[in-house]
Write a protein that binds this ligand. Structure first.
Ligand SMILES: [Zn+2]
Length: 66
């Protein structure tokens, strides 16, 4: 059986693509949340600059992630 290895998008550490690697493609929960946080920051910056009515935009809560 050949295991697929991917690199963590955040730190580049090799991650086995198996059921037990629950944070794949990230190596850990920490890397997953750091990367996710960066994405949220970028999204909010874009929204702030381009959308005049931010109140009408749905904001994803932590509950919606799961
Ligand atoms: Zn990582």
């Amino acid at each position: 059986m050949i295991n697929t290895i991917v690199n963590c998008p955040h730190c580049g550490k090799p991650v086995e693509w198996v059921a037990t690697s629950i944070w794949r493609p990230f190596c850990s929960q920490r890397c997953r949340w750091i990367d996710f946080g960066d994405w949220i920051d970028e999204r909010h910056r874009i929204v702030d600059q381009t959308a005049p009515s931010a109140d009408s935009l749905p904001i994803a809560s932590d509950d919606a992630v799961h």
